[in-house]
Design a binder for this molecule. Structure first.
Ligand SMILES: [Zn+2]
Length: 413
């Protein structure tokens, strides 16, 4: 049995009146977040100790409400304001953990001010706020009203929180977090796999497969790029530019949704077929590459690997990131000899031991070997228990609250 937190997203259709209330709540959450951020920044500039979470809440919510300048904070649910501060606190903790090296992987940037021009606006309601899914299917939110939700599937149990998101194209989503207690362990598989982020393919696996995004997705991405170029030629502030901005944002959302669906299918397949999955950690892999050599696929890689990570936990598989640097490309996966640096144009090479390697498949094999070695060093299985909150899809990570992403390939439309 394992406890897993899942995120379920549904499109919602607020009435014009509710849209105004939501805009007010987005605004208040943003103000509280920014006030808190400024207060901490000031303390730091003046060399004062960091303002505690409790003190921050007192100053930018409780006391602020009594002032004339911030009295309107009382018009929205207090939970929404507290959750905005919780986002700020998480962002700070991630930032400090990253600076001090406690958090591995890509560096986390310091929290930045939120703007009304940000592409995504989000607020979050927890159980304390007494949000409720009514028998007639409407979602009741305090001080907002009863929202029309397009339920595309049923929630497996009572949600612990719900975020309301408005994306760049003006669509609204409800994103529920549900904790499920279930055994979803898959029957064990024989193979273990290493996965490399290829230069010319999206992924290359140690069993010799090279996988790319489907043609329609690549075509859509190319089209989007053209539209973005058109956009940059439009006169700033003109009506045409405004129209084009919305068009591009819409196309962007469509491509992102489609890509996400594809990544879900691919990651589920990899998890089903393999007992252990090892990937290269991009922050480390990046060290071995020049800027030019960076793959065009880098962006989707983080999403893909975080999907693998939480699905592995959920389905009882082993997942490992190979986070130490080694020359995976030019090390022979047969004899371990390290060859000369390989020019980017070289796709195939032969080791003095006589083995001829495909550049990327050899790298994937080395990743598998390194992952297996790491696992042996630790002498244990990788936590079969609690699922890690997938970086982008679950719990209270500030970015997660702003995401409109789907669970298990069910896309958000
Ligand atoms: Zn060799």
């Amino acid at each position: 049995m394992s406890v897993v937190q899942l995120r379920y997203n549904f499109r919602v259709y607020p009435t014009p009146g509710q849209q105004i209330e939501l805009a007010r709540a987005f605004g208040c959450a943003r103000v509280v977040f920014n006030d808190g951020l400024r207060l901490r920044q000031q303390a730091r500039e003046q060399g004062l100790p960091c303002v505690s979470d409790a003190e921050l809440s007192k100053q930018v919510i409780t006391q602020a409400k009594t002032t004339e300048a911030r009295a309107w904070l009382g018009e929205v649910s207090a939970v929404v304001l507290q959750q905005a501060l919780a986002d700020l606190n998480t962002a700070y903790r991630n930032f400090f953990a990253s600076v001090t090296g406690k958090r591995k992987g890509r560096k986390v940037a310091a929290p930045r001010l939120r703007s009304r021009k940000d592409n995504r606006q989000a607020i979050r309601f927890t159980k304390n706020s007494r949000f409720k899914v009514l028998d007639n299917g409407l979602l009741r939110l305090p001080k907002i009203g009863d929202l029309d939700v397009r339920w595309s599937r049923t929630l497996p149990s009572d949600p612990s929180s719900v975020a309301i998101i408005r994306d760049a194209t003006g669509r609204y989503f409800a994103s529920f977090v549900v904790t499920v207690d279930q055994d979803e362990t898959l029957p064990s598989a024989d193979s273990e796999i290493g996965i490399d982020l290829g230069l010319t393919h999206f992924v290359v696996t140690s069993d010799g497969r090279k996988i790319d995004a489907p043609k329609f997705l690549r075509r859509a991405a190319r089209k989007l790029k053209r539209r973005q170029q058109d956009l940059s030629r439009k006169q700033r502030g003109s009506n045409n530019q405004k129209k084009a901005v919305v068009k591009v944002a819409r196309a962007h959302a469509r491509v992102a949704d489609t890509r996400r669906d594809w990544l879900h299918k691919l990651s589920t397949k990899v998890i089903r077929e393999n007992q252990a999955i090892f990937v290269e950690d991009l922050s480390v892999a990046g060290l071995g590459r020049t800027r030019l050599a960076k793959s065009v696929h880098d962006a989707g890689w983080a999403t893909f690997t975080s999907m693998l990570e939480y699905k592995a936990a959920r389905y009882g598989r082993t997942f490992g990131r190979v986070d130490r640097f080694f020359p995976s490309t030019r090390m022979c996966s047969d004899c371990g000899r390290i060859g000369d640096k390989l020019n980017l144009s070289i796709r195939e090479w032969t080791c003095p031991c006589g083995t001829t390697h495909d550049r990327d498949i050899n790298a994937a094999r080395n990743i598998r070997a390194a992952g297996q070695a790491d696992l042996n060093d630790r002498g244990a299985h990788v936590r079969p228990g609690l699922a890690p909150a997938a970086r982008r899809e679950a719990v209270t990570h500030p970015d997660a609250a702003c995401s409109t992403r789907s669970v298990e390939g069910i896309s958000v439309h």
